[in-house]
Design a binder for this molecule. Structure first.
Ligand code: SAM
Ligand code: CA
Length: 219
């Protein structure tokens, strides 16, 4: 797994960062704090965080979902792009990972925008649906366990308004999705990518950003 865009050599990647990246100091600090974590490769790249922030602004999003928080960099990126009344319903199962991020959310002044739910994401999403939140959300980011993607996607699609957007991470899985599957995660991503390609409920784009990012707009 990689946390930088595919197929850019070091020189060009450095150029891209030095000519586009505009991070908040707390984003820089959170990346620094996560760098030595054994699972640091799970964090999205800074250019992807900035891209998602731009999408959130283009959508005029206020109600958003995140499935897979880790140490909180993607949530921080989205929260900084949301208006003052904007919210992220952030789903993760790990107190250990997510508690690393909270002080950075607080110092950046966005902690009140992030409603962290420590429970299996499916449980949180189903509770939202049961509470009548279908059609209420503008944006969702799916970046948790890969075998859960299909179920998260179906819930997110119902929770989104028409014209809302789902961004799905790691859809190229370091390139191995293009090879015969050797494990459950790869197989799940292959089946998921295939399904989305034929899904008439959405407009679709699969981008070679980070480890592959699919954008699905609800029709
Ligand atoms: N978006 C994060 C970032 O930018 O740093 C990275 C998320 S990381 C790839 C995946 C996260 O999904 C982990 O923090 C893990 O604890 C969480 N996760 C795994 N299974 C889950 C489940 N069933 N429900 C909710 N979260 C889950
Ligand atoms: Ca990811």
């Amino acid at each position: 797994m990689s946390n930088r865009s595919l197929n850019l050599d070091d020189t060009l990647y450095g150029y891209l960062l030095s000519h586009s990246l505009r991070e908040h100091p707390e984003q820089v600090a959170l990346r620094e704090a996560t760098r030595s974590h054994p699972r640091a490769g799970m964090q999205i790249s800074p250019e992807q965080g900035q891209f998602m922030a731009l999408l959130v602004k283009l959508l005029g999003a206020r109600h958003t979902l995140e499935i897979g928080v880790f140490t909180g960099y993607s949530a921080l990126s989205v929260a900084l792009a949301l208006p003052a009344e904007g919210r992220i319903l952030a789903c993760d199962i790990s107190e250990e990972f997510t508690r690393i991020g909270r002080p950075y959310w607080e110092r950046a002044g966005v902690a009140r925008k992030i409603d962290l739910r420590l429970a299996p994401a499916l449980q949180t999403l189903d509770a939202e649906l049961a509470a009548g939140a279908a059609g209420r959300y503008d944006f969702a980011f799916i970046d948790a366990d890969k075998t859960g993607y299909a179920a998260y996607y179906e819930r997110c699609l119902r929770l989104l308004r028409q014209g809302g957007l789902i961004a799905i991470d790691n859809v190229l899985w370091s390139g191995v999705v293009a090879q015969p599957a050797r494990d459950d995660d790869t197989r799940a991503l292959q089946v998921f990518n295939e399904r989305l390609h034929g899904d008439e409920r959405i407009d679709l784009s699969m981008l070679p950003v980070g480890d592959g990012l699919t954008l699905a707009r609800k029709r």
